[in-house]
Design a protein around this ligand. Structure first.
Ligand code: ZN
Length: 162
């Protein structure tokens, strides 16, 4: 076996092609328990605007992810993972089995996305048009987990603070 294969076997996750969708995804290489940390993350670069690859930290900072493989985590309206931008840890929102694809709810970190898209996750409660937390209904806001930044931003933007 060559070193690249050995390296990928040692990792807790791996990038794989999703042929039917013509895109890549990130998959679990072992089982995870709900609440477990899947990976630490940090920024390889900080931008002052969102792109389709960035994760929003606050009003001005949008980061490109390190480790870079984390950028392959696709959106789902019933996500199994969460980028906690306060602790800078990717957390499992539910039990995840080996070979499951990691997904996260893009609006959980993104206020107003650079590129909106139509979701085809097929989950019950799919919100279809993914544009950012700014466009979510109160109901959607209440059933999902958000970064502290997005949570506060939504409450203040819609004057919902108690
Ligand atoms: Zn969806």
């Amino acid at each position: 076996m060559n070193n690249n294969i050995l390296e990928s076997l040692r990792q807790d996750y791996y990038v794989s092609e999703k042929i039917e969708l013509n895109q890549k995804g990130l998959f679990a290489n072992r089982n995870y328990k709900m609440g477990e940390v899947i990976s630490d993350f940090s920024s390889s670069e900080i931008l002052d605007h969102p792109t389709y690859l960035t994760v929003q930290l606050n009003e001005v900072d949008h980061i490109l992810l390190h480790p870079i493989d984390l950028q392959y985590i696709n959106h789902s309206c019933s996500p199994n993972s969460f980028f906690n931008t306060s602790t800078m840890k990717l957390e499992a929102l539910k039990d995840i089995a080996k070979s499951d694809e990691f997904t996260f709810f893009y609006p959980s970190t993104e206020w107003d996305m650079d590129q909106a898209f139509l979701c085809r996750c097929g989950e019950t409660g799919c919100i279809r048009e993914i544009k950012g937390a700014k466009y979510l209904s109160i109901f959607e806001f209440e059933i999902h987990r958000f970064s502290n930044y997005i949570h506060s931003k939504y409450l203040s933007f819609y004057s919902l603070e108690k």
